[in-house]
Design a protein around this ligand. Structure first.
Ligand SMILES: NC(=O)c1ccc[n+]([C@@H]2O[C@H](COP(=O)([O-])OP(=O)(O)OC[C@H]3O[C@@H](n4cnc5c(N)ncnc54)[C@H](OP(=O)(O)O)[C@@H]3O)[C@@H](O)[C@H]2O)c1
Length: 157
């Protein structure tokens, strides 16, 4: 099973501000949806809260340290540990799993991810949440130019 980090990153590695994403790109949203549809998506509790509802046609896996956290929905699965959530997906025989953020989860997942699918946004913004430094240990395998971003798929050097 391929473990894939998917993120949209602006200047200075900014990914968020005040608990949300400080830009709106329909083009990136479409890319995100097309890429992740049908596969499990793993996210931190804060990112799930920011999205506000489960994303359709995907197993939404929420990571929280709160052992009493409950979200009643057929597509939502709650785990208290990131590794256990990945093993759960492996047990379900998925070909891929997507780690969709936020920063706290990206930092942990970067240690064992196989691939990074990054939308490098063509914009300057301010923010308070950052994607971790990664370029030194990763190389670009594929690059594609969109209007709003350059899509790069990174694999380990
Ligand atoms: N641009 C992008 O591609 C992108 C993507 C996703 C998110 N974002 C942005 O990123 C920001 C949110 O990121 P964030 O770093 O603040 O939060 P986050 O990573 O979404 O969630 C953090 C929470 O995850 C839980 N958690 C983290 N590690 C854990 C572990 N090892 N075991 C159990 N639970 C764990 C904890 O939940 P509890 O507190 O419940 O215990 C923690 O508070 C928002 O601004 C969002 O819009 C941007």
């Amino acid at each position: 099973m391929e473990i894939i980090i998917i993120a949209a990153i602006a200047n200075n590695n900014i990914i968020g501000k005040d608990g949300t994403i400080p830009w709106h790109s329909k083009e990136d949203f479409k890319h995100f949806k097309e890429t992740t549809l049908g596969f499990p998506i793993i996210m931190g509790r804060k990112t799930f809260q920011s999205i506000g509802k489960p994303l359709v046609k995907r197993k939404n896996i929420i990571i929280t340290r709160d052992k009493n956290y409950i979200y009643n929905h057929e597509d939502v699965f709650v785990f208290n540990d990131l590794i256990n959530s990945i093993e759960f997906c492996r047990g379900e025989n998925y070909e891929k799993v997507f780690i969709i953020g936020g920063a706290e989860i990206y930092i942990q997942a970067l240690k064992f991810a196989d691939r990074l699918i990054i939308s490098h946004m063509k914009l300057e913004t301010e923010g308070d949440t950052f994607f971790p430094e990664f370029e030194n240990e990763w190389k670009v395998e594929l690059s594609k130019d969109y209007n709003d971003f350059i899509l790069k798929e990174w694999v380990r050097k």
